[in-house]
Write a protein that binds this ligand. Sequence first.
Ligand code: NAD
Length: 360
Amino acid sequence: MTVKLGIIGYGGMGEWHHRNTTGIKDLKILAAYDIDAERVALAKKNALELKRDSEFTGFDSLSSILKDNRLNTVLVATPNDTHKDLCLAAIHAGKNVICEKPATLSVQELDEIIAAAKEKKVLFTVHQNRRWDQDYQKVKKSIEQGYLGKVFSIDTKLHGGGGIIHGWRAQKEHGGGMILDWGVHIIDQILDMIPNKIKTVYCQTLSILNPGVDDFFKLLITFEGGVVAQVEVGTFCLRGSFRTWHTCGDKGGLTLTLDYQGLSGGITRVRQFNNKWESKIIETYAGPTRTFAPLSPDQVEELSLPEVNPNWNEFYENVDVAIAGKSELIIKPYQVRRVIKVMDACFKSSETGAAVIFDE
Ligand SMILES: NC(=O)c1ccc[n+]([C@@H]2O[C@H](COP(=O)([O-])OP(=O)(O)OC[C@H]3O[C@@H](n4cnc5c(N)ncnc54)[C@H](O)[C@@H]3O)[C@@H](O)[C@H]2O)c1
C-alpha cells in the first residue's frame, strides 16, 4: 500500500510535510489545495524542485481536491477552527484523514469526526509528531525501564522569549493560544507516558502580551495511583531553557534540559536508603538543613539519560501499514480524544478557578 496524499492548507506546516517527507518510500504527495492561490503556486513549484512526484496537481477548490481519485488520504493543515469541517468533508468523500494538531477545539467536534470516520470505514489520525521528540522519548524510556522506580511527579516546562504570537494563533475564534498550540503536544506526551486514570485537572491561564488568548498557562493533572504532572508553557520568559523535565520516582530522579544548543541532564538513583535519622544539622551553601542534606556518594549512583533514536518518518510509515490493515495506528483516535478532553477541562478550570473532576 502507498499513502497517496493531498494536502489541504499549504501554509507553514503543509509545506513542512511536503519538504520533510521525501525519504519515505510509501508516501506520495500528489496534490495540494489552499484558499490562497499563491500558496498553491508555491506547492507546485516545490513539487518540481523536490522532483518527488511528477504528477503533482495544485487545486483551487476543496471539492476538486476531494474528487481526485488518485488520493486515498488527505492531510488537513489549516488553522485550528477549520479542522472539523474539512476533516468531515474529506471523510464523506471517502478519504483517510490525517489532521494537524489539535484535531478540534472541543471533544464534541472530535466525536463528530470519529463517528463519521467509523461510518465511512476510513482511517482518522492526528499528527502528534512530538511523540517522536528526543527529550520526551528519553524521559519515557527512563520511566519504562524502571530507572526511577515508581514515578510520582513529572514536571515539564516550555518557555520562549518571542512574546507576540502572530496571525490566527493570536485569535481565540481561530483556535489560538498556547493550550491548543503546544499544550496539545505536551498533554499528549504526558498521557502517553502515564497510563493511569486521570482524577483532576487544574489550570490557570494568563495573557501577558497577547490579549484574548492564553500565552502562558500552568496545568496540574492528578492521576490515580498518586502521580502528579505539572506543565508550564509561556511565550515571554526571557530566562530559562526552551524545554525542561524534572521527574521523581521512589528510586531515582531525572532532570533534562533542552535548549537551542543541545540536550543535557541525567539520572540519580538511590543505592541504599539511609534509614538513620541524622540528628546533626548539616551546614551547606544553601543554609543549615537536616531533611534536605545531600546524600553521600556511596548512597547514590549517577546514570546517563538512555539512548533513543526517534525517527519522524515512522508517523507516515505507520499510517501506510494501518491503511493496509496490517497494524494499529500509533496515534489512536481514543488517545486524541483524551487529550482534547483534558484541554476542555483546562479551559473550564481556568474560567472557574477550580479543579475539574475528570470523568473517565
Ligand atoms: N505538528 C506540528 O508540529 C505543527 C507545527 C505547526 C503547526 N501545526 C498545525 O498545523 C496547522 C496549520 O498551521 P500553520 O502554522 O501551517 O498555519 P499557517 O497559517 O502557516 O497556514 C495555514 C494555511 O491554511 C490556509 N487555509 C486557511 N483556511 C483554509 C481553508 N478553509 N481551506 C484551505 N486552506 C486554508 C491558509 O491560506 C494558509 O496557507 C495548525 O493546525 C497548527 O496547529 C502543527
